[in-house]
Design a protein around this ligand. Structure first.
Ligand code: C2E
Ligand code: MG
Ligand code: MG
Ligand code: MG
Length: 287
């Protein structure tokens, strides 16, 4: 069980795949059957509302139980899925499963009908596939509270065709999908996104969140505070990624950040464990 937990841990005790020649091709072939064989698992990591420490939602994170290699993290197969085009099928699978799970939670916990789930969407899905109809279909099937199925978008290809991307994102938003800008502050996730695309939430990258990050000139907390202010001035919510300690959480709370996610509150976990966490929270509030 421990093997499927936090992404960073998986790599820690398993020799990296790149050392084995030919593995890439084999793995790509295996991935084709992984979905139909039921080898993909979705884990859920809690996203906490800092003001009252309640679970506000979850992020769905995919894992692959490979028949020979054991548990693989997304960094080991998402790039392959993107190159081979399998990301479309994989993406729909994750979206459907996560939406069904969220519908179940919303029905079980009427007190928490605004509970949300974020699903990572590869920018390739956004550009090359009929994402709009998929999301629409999933949403109407699962009868979710509007705005509670959120799509997390990162990096790269979105800017290759900004007009088209903006149109797709606006359509998605118009029928009630939430849109989060993932890993904000790093890589391609830049300020121009905020101007061009209709995101409602910024997810601040881990490198700005943890107190123990390299921080030679005291810039980290200044940047973090500025991102929170920027988001609020634009009417957006902020989720801080990778909070690991109480001091990280305290700093975020003092800066007015709404939500945090990280090992402090819970690793990515199987749906049953997430359900238990929700139930425990309910009995705590009633007790
Ligand atoms: P992400 O969307 O930025 O997800 C957050 C990553 O940070 C997760 O890694 C999570 O386990 C890890 N994390 C969370 N809290 C902490 C913490 O306190 N400390 C540290 N050190 N790490 C933390 P994971 O699950 O390995 O996922 C890696 C990336 O793979 C994700 O980054 C996302 O971009 C991608 N991914 C995951 N699932 C999917 C999927 O279904 N579809 C697509 N297209 N991409 C996915
Ligand atoms: Mg994400
Ligand atoms: Mg992220
Ligand atoms: Mg990331």
């Amino acid at each position: 069980q421990a093997k499927m937990l936090g992404g960073d841990r998986i790599e820690a005790y398993r020799p990296t795949l790149k050392t084995v020649t030919g593995d890439r091709v084999v793995l790509e072939n295996d991935l084709k059957s992984a979905i139909s064989n039921g080898e993909l698992r979705i884990l859920y990591q809690p996203i906490i509302r800092l003001s009252d420490r309640a679970i506000a939602g979850f992020e769905a994170l995919v894992r692959w139980q490979h028949p020979k290699q054991g548990w693989l993290g997304p960094h080991e197969f998402i790039p392959l899925a993107e190159e081979s085009g399998l990301i479309n099928e994989l993406g729909i699978y994750v979206l459907e499963r996560a939406a069904r799970q969220l519908a179940y939670w919303q029905q079980q916990h009427h007190d928490n009908y605004r509970l949300f789930t974020s699903v990572n969407v590869s920018s390739r899905q956004l550009l090359r596939h009929d994402l709009i109809n998929d999301v629409k279909a999933v949403m109407s099937r699962s009868a979710l509270t509007p705005g509670t199925l959120k799509l997390e978008i990162t990096e790269s290809l979105v800017m290759e065709n900004p007009e088209y991307s903006a149109k797709v994102l606006e359509r998605l938003r118009s029928f009630g999908a939430g849109l989060s800008l993932d890993d904000f502050g790093t890589g391609y996730s830049s300020l121009s996104y905020l101007q061009r695309f209709p995101f409602d939430t910024i997810k601040v990258d881990q490198s700005f969140v943890r107190n123990d990050q390299k921080n030679h000139n005291g810039a980290r907390p200044v940047i973090l505070r500025s991102i929170v202010t920027l988001a609020h001035d634009l009417g957006m919510d902020v989720v801080a990624e990778g909070a690991e300690t109480e001091s990280d959480a305290l700093e975020l709370l003092q800066m007015g950040c709404e939500y945090a996610q990280g090992f402090l509150y819970g690793q990515p976990m199987p749906a049953e464990d997430a359900t238990r966490m929700l139930s425990n929270q309910l009995s705590r509030m009633q007790g």
